[in-house]
Design a protein around this ligand. Structure first.
Ligand SMILES: [Zn+2]
Length: 254
């Protein structure tokens, strides 16, 4: 059993209609298109909540500037590494380098979306992730793609440009999925949505995210309700046979 978690920054579930690659994964997945993220619905706080399974007021990062934790909670990669698992991260937004603590990664791959542009860096990360995953070295691999968020800020959420960024992201997701064997369970999600040219508010457009879980033990073509971004760390740990940290607030979806 191995797990790949792919996160598309700022991907709204109600913008995914008509994307073939998304529909194909949905048919094979247990999914929730009304999952909720945390407040503030901002990239680094939401990622910290995904990896630490607590709200931002508990982990302490409430803006895109990382804050060392006052009462530290172990993150997903720390918990997995302690249990003898190997973790890998691929990302193109540099602030995510603080998502894991030193000593908890077997592999990290960074491309700068700011320098390369996110469509280019997302595609390069996809190539790198496929190459790395083919070696089967990591138990848990996180792949982040920044294109939809950058496009949303530049052109507006739900604009044609934004929808095109989601089509690009889903082509990358499909390429990764096609490269993987049966031993992989793939999770696709987002950190937050967006409206107008931004996000961060406590409104459905910003707070609602998709969660798709595909592979053992998840049933195909099955909708579920009541999913929160904090549920993903305990779900990944449980998939890999590792006990979730007692301080985590989310629930395993298994
Ligand atoms: Zn974001």
């Amino acid at each position: 059993m191995k797990v790949v978690l792919i996160l598309a920054d700022g991907m709204r579930p109600d913008a995914l209609d008509g994307i073939t690659e998304m529909q194909e994964m949905q048919k094979a997945a247990t999914y929730c298109l009304s999952a909720q993220t945390v407040m503030p619905s901002v990239t680094l706080p939401c990622h910290m909540s995904l990896f630490h399974s607590v709200d931002p007021d508990r982990h302490g990062t409430t803006t895109n500037v990382y804050m060392p934790q006052v009462r530290p909670i172990a993150g997903l990669c720390e918990v997995l590494t302690r249990a003898g698992k190997h973790c890998a991260v691929f990302y193109d937004w540099e602030e995510l380098r603080d998502l894991t603590r030193p000593g908890s990664l077997a592999k990290a791959c960074f491309r700068s979306g700011r320098v390369l542009s996110y469509p280019v860096s997302d595609a390069e990360l996809t190539d790198e992730a496929i190459r790395y995953l083919s070696k089967g070295e990591a138990d848990f691999t996180f792949v982040y793609m920044g294109d939809p968020d950058a496009t949303g800020h530049n052109h507006g959420w739900m604009s044609e440009e934004y929808r095109n960024s989601l089509r690009r992201v889903w082509r990358n997701i499909a390429r990764i999925r096609e490269s993987l064997g049966e031993e992989y369970t793939v999770i696709v999600t987002a950190d937050h949505g967006g409206h107008g040219r931004g996000h961060g508010a406590d409104i459905p457009e910003d707070m609602t995210i998709p969660v798709l879980l595909c592979g053992t033990p998840f049933a195909p073509d099955t909708a579920i309700e009541g999913v929160n971004i904090k549920d993903l760390a305990p779900t990944v740990a449980t998939l890999l046979g590792v006990t979730p940290d007692p301080w985590w607030e989310g629930k395993s979806l298994i």
